[in-house]
Design a protein around this ligand. Structure first.
Ligand code: IPM
Length: 360
């Protein structure tokens, strides 16, 4: 298969982890006789530094032309100091999501057997957790009208959803549940928010089209607690933009490190694959960033194109690296010399030679 992949390494640890994912994709291309080409673009703080804006036109056009986008990370702590800053790195990511209409963000949360002791939660509590979070990504409070009064003392962000925006992701979440444990939990705040009541009404309306899926409804505050105390109860979680952002980051506690969580952002015409972690500026260029989330995002990219064996091989390599403790310091207690590149090298070697790869 021929795939042209736009690569946007972004900021902080983004370039380091993305380099490992690209290396892994190149190994896959070689092993399975695919032709993957990579076109690089600027986004976020690094784009602001070079062009003055977080999402240059050239980047948009690279992404629009590509079959898929591989995204690194975005943000820089220097922008967090002044709340009056008008141009922010995050606008690059949000702009891309909106421009490419990537309305469904899929975030798998899997408790790896070999990492159960890395979580601060009890092993018995998290064992066998396997959740897919379907987060709406192009609407809600992130994109609603924003206002600041002239005197600077009143501000608002509107949380608005349309039927169309809810229906299109809800169908995908129902279908995902059908291919898994057939459980869908809508997480909302329908006891307070009108927009949440619209979500609930629409999901209730669609449910009869998926009679094999058991639908439950949970308020976000309760879900935040249930996710920690009984994560196994969840199969597919469907939720709006901001609740999904917060819940998925919370879920990383189950997995043991946010450096493991990958995601796919899917629209009708485009798809982007990105780790859920941020730019982690202070860890940049130290070789300590965990590249697994980026590498697993590359596996999700391959899934998207039906390259199942290829994606499975990446996941097998990742499992093996975790089993052998070939992991960065966020997870490792055994070796202190495993760098970002070393993890990528191990996974690359495993792909080239699955039967013989061990730690050298
Ligand atoms: C994420 C991030 C982004 C979000 C930020 C960087 C804008 O936290 O992808 O989860 O809030 O969506």
């Amino acid at each position: 298969m021929k795939l042209n992949i736009a690569v946007l390494p972004g900021d902080g640890i983004g370039p380091e982890v993305t380099a490992q994912a690209v290396k892994v994709l190149k190994a896959i291309a070689m092993e399975f006789n695919h032709v993957f080409t990579f076109d690089y673009g600027l986004v976020g703080a690094s784009a602001i530094d070079k062009t003055g804006i977080p999402l240059p036109e050239a980047t948009i056009s690279t992404c629009e032309k590509a079959d898929a986008v591989l995204f690194g990370a975005i943000g820089n702590t220097k922008y967090d100091i002044d709340p009056n800053t008008k141009i922010r790195p995050e606008q690059g990511l949000l702009g891309l999501r909106k421009t490419l209409d990537l309305y469904t963000n899929i975030r798998p949360v899997i408790a790896y057997e070999d990492l159960l002791n890395k979580s601060s939660l009890k092993k018995s509590q998290i064992k066998d957790t396997n959740i897919l979070i379907y987060r709406e990504l192009t609407s809600g409070i992130y994109f609603g009208e924003k206002k600041l009064s002239e005197d600077g003392n009143t501000a608002s962000d509107i949380c608005q959803y349309t039927r169309h925006e809810i229906e299109r992701i809800a169908h995908l979440a129902f279908q995902a549940a059908q291919s898994r444990k057939r459980k869908l939990t809508l997480v909302d705040k329908a006891n307070v928010l009108e927009s949440s009541r619209l979500w609930r009404r629409i999901v209730q309306e669609l449910a009869p089209q998926y009679p094999d899926v058991k639908v439950t409804y949970m308020y976000i505050d309760n879900a935040a607690m249930e996710l920690i105390i009984k994560p196994r109860q969840f199969d597919v979680i469907l939720t709006e933009n901001m609740f999904g952002d917060i819940l998925s980051e919370e879920a990383s506690v189950i997995v043991g490190s946010i450096g493991l969580l990958a995601s796919a952002s899917i629209g009708k015409d485009h798809a982007m694959f990105e780790p859920i972690h941020g730019a982690y500026t202070k860890a940049a260029n130290k070789g300590i960033a965990n590249p697994i989330a980026s590498i697993l995002s590359a596996a999700m990219l391959l899934d998207h194109f039906g390259l199942d064996d290829e994606a499975a091989l990446i996941r097998e390599a990742v499992d093996k690296s975790l089993k052998l403790h070939i992991t960065t310091p966020d997870l490792n207690t055994k070796y202190d010399n495993i760098t970002t590149t070393k993890v990528g090298d191990f996974i690359e070697d495993f792909i080239n030679n699955p039967d013989e790869t061990n730690l050298n």
